[in-house]
Ligand binder design. Structure first.
Ligand SMILES: [Zn+2]
Length: 62
């Protein structure tokens, strides 16, 4: 499987310039009071379409 994410295209405008940003508020595990983890948004610099949202430290939720 040749699925390198260096070659991404925006589904909305087909642009290929992306930037990452984090939200103001971290996301927190529901079941514990441990500190949360940042949400990282990857968005198109051309039209603003969010290509992905991921959690910075998913292992905190195990
Ligand atoms: Zn776009």
């Amino acid at each position: 499987m040749d699925n390198l994410n260096t070659e991404k295209h925006c589904p909305n405008c087909n642009g290929n310039e992306f930037e990452e940003a984090i939200d103001f508020m971290p996301i927190k595990p529901k079941k514990t009071s441990l500190s949360g983890s940042n949400k990282i948004y990857t968005f198109c610099l051309n039209c603003g379409e969010v290509a992905s949202i991921r959690i910075e430290n998913p292992e905190k939720f195990r």
